[in-house]
Design a protein around this ligand. Structure first.
Ligand SMILES: [Zn+2]
Length: 374
C-alpha cells in the first residue's frame, strides 16, 4: 500500500512522512478513525514507507523488492496481530492460524470492514478478540532478531479487542520496546481501549475524506457522477459506507427492504405478516441482525430529520427518500426516541443470545403502538 493509494488526507500523510524523515516517529503509535476511515490502509502505507529504501516525494517507490513484499504481506519485519475467533474445539487461537484469511482481507478489503472479517474467519456468531496467547506470541515475535537493518513493525488491528489479560501482557513491550521495534495500533473505536494501553500510545486521527474526494473515488470505479455524489453525500465522505450503499448485492438493500416492510406492516397492524417478518429476520446470523438494527436506527434518524425538513445534514439515497416521503409523517418527535430505544433494546437482547425470533417479534409488535402514538 502506498500513500498515493489512499484517497485524500494529505495532512496526515505529510505528518507521518515528516516524522519518519526526522526520526521522530513514535515507537507506539495509534492511527484511529471511524470504521471505513482507511486507518488500516494508512498503517500499511506508513510501514511500507518506513521500509522502502527508495522512498521519495512523500511516498514509497512501490516497485522495489521491499515494497513488493509489503504488497504481498510477506515482508519479514512486518508483523500483524488481529482479533481471532475461538477455535471449534474451544481452544484459544492466535493470528498466525488465520494469516491466509488476513492476507485475503487486507488485499481485497483495504477499508477493513469488520463484518467481512467475521465472514472470512467464519465467526459470524461469535466475537473475535485478542487473547493472552496471542499477546505471548506478539512478545515472542517482536523480541526475535530483525531481518537486515530494518525496523521491525507490528501492526495490531483493533486494540479495542484486546481482553484485559492480553492487554496486560503487552504493557511492558509497548512502554519500553527494544531498539528497532515499533507498534502501530489501528483502532475503530478508541473509547473501548483499556486505559492502560490507551495511555501508552501516541494517537493520530484519520479523518474520513471529503465528500468531493469520495465522490471522485467512486467515479474512478465507474459510477456516474450523480450517483457517486449522492452516495458520497449520504455517507458523509465515508468510503466504506458509500461503497456499501452502492453495492447491489450488499446488505444495505436487504436491510432497507426489511426496514420498510416492518414499518409498513406495523402501520397496517398486520400481526401475521409481522410474525413472518420476524422469522425472516431471525434466520440471519446474529451479528447481521445487529447490523440490520443499526441500519434501522440510522434510517429512523434520517426519517426524523426529513420530517423536520432538514435532510441537508445527512442527505438520503434516492431509494430511502422515496419511502420517507410517504412514511416520515409517522416518525415524529413524539415517538422517534422510543422507537430507537426499542431498536437498541432488541440489538442488546440479540447480542445477549436471546431467541432472535422472539426479540424481533416483540420489537415488531411494539412498533404497532409506537407508530400510532406518533
Ligand atoms: Zn520501495
Amino acid at each position: 500500500m502506498r500513500f498515493a493509494d489512499i484517497t485524500g488526507r494529505t495532512g496526515v500523510k505529510q505528518l507521518l512522512t515528516s516524522q519518519v524523515e526526522s526520526g521522530r516517529l513514535p515507537h507506539a503509535l495509534m492511527l484511529w478513525g471511524a470504521p471505513g476511515s482507511g486507518n488500516l490502509a494508512m498503517a500499511l502505507a506508513l510501514a511500507q514507507y518506513v521500509h522502502c529504501p527508495h522512498r521519495s516525494g512523500g511516498d514509497s517507490c512501490g516497485v522495489c523488492p521491499s515494497c513488493r513484499q509489503h504488497e504481498n504481506l510477506t515482508y519479514p519485519d512486518l508483523l500483524f496481530s488481529f482479533p481471532t475467533p475461538t477455535a471449534k474445539s474451544g481452544r484459544s487461537s492466535v493470528s498466525d492460524e488465520f494469516y491466509d484469511a488476513w492476507q485475503e482481507f487486507v488485499r481485497q478489503y483495504p477499508l477493513a470492514p469488520w463484518q467481512r472479517w467475521l465472514e472470512l474467519v467464519n465467526a459470524e456468531n461469535s466475537q473475535p478478540v485478542i487473547r493472552v496467547d496471542e499477546s505471548a506470541e506478539i512478545v515472542r515475535r517482536i523480541t526475535l532478531g530483525n531481518y537486515g537493518e530494518s525496523v521491525k513493525i507490528l501492526i495490531l488491528w483493533l486494540p479495542e479487542k484486546l481482553n484485559p489479560a492480553a492487554a496486560n501482557k503487552l504493557l511492558k513491550i509497548i512502554e519500553e520496546p527494544q531498539p528497532g521495534r515499533m507498534f502501530i495500533m489501528v483502532s475503530d473505536n478508541p473509547s473501548l481501549i483499556l486505559p492502560t494501553v490507551y495511555s501508552r500510545l501516541q494517537r493520530i486521527k484519520i479523518e474520513t475524506p471529503t465528500v468531493a474526494e469520495t465522490a471522485g473515488w467512486l467515479e474512478r470505479q465507474g459510477f456516474d457522477s450523480n450517483t457517486a455524489m449522492q452516495a458520497a453525500e449520504a455517507a458523509q465522505g465515508n468510503q466504506l459506507m458509500a461503497q456499501q450503499m452502492l453495492d447491489p448485492q450488499g446488505e444495505e438493500k436487504e436491510f432497507r427492504e426489511m426496514f420498510q416492510e416492518v414499518m409498513r406492516k406495523a402501520w397496517l397492524r398486520d400481526v401475521k405478516s409481522l410474525r413472518a417478518w420476524s422469522e425472516k429476520g431471525a434466520a440471519l446470523k446474529r451479528e447481521k441482525i445487529r447490523r440490520m438494527l443499526a441500519y434501522f436506527n440510522r434510517n429512523l434518524r434520517l426519517n426524523y430529520l426529513f420530517v423536520l425538513g432538514d435532510d441537508s445534514i445527512t442527505p438520503m439515497m434516492e431509494a430511502d427518500r422515496h419511502f420517507s416521503e410517504r412514511f416520515s409523517p409517522f416518525i415524529t418527535g413524539g415517538n422517534v426516541q422510543e422507537i430507537m430505544h426499542e431498536v437498541d433494546r432488541a440489538s442488546r437482547d440479540v447480542a445477549g443470545n436471546a431467541n432472535a425470533r422472539i426479540v424481533l417479534f416483540d420489537f415488531a409488535v411494539s412498533l404497532i403502538m409506537l407508530i400510532k402514538k406518533g
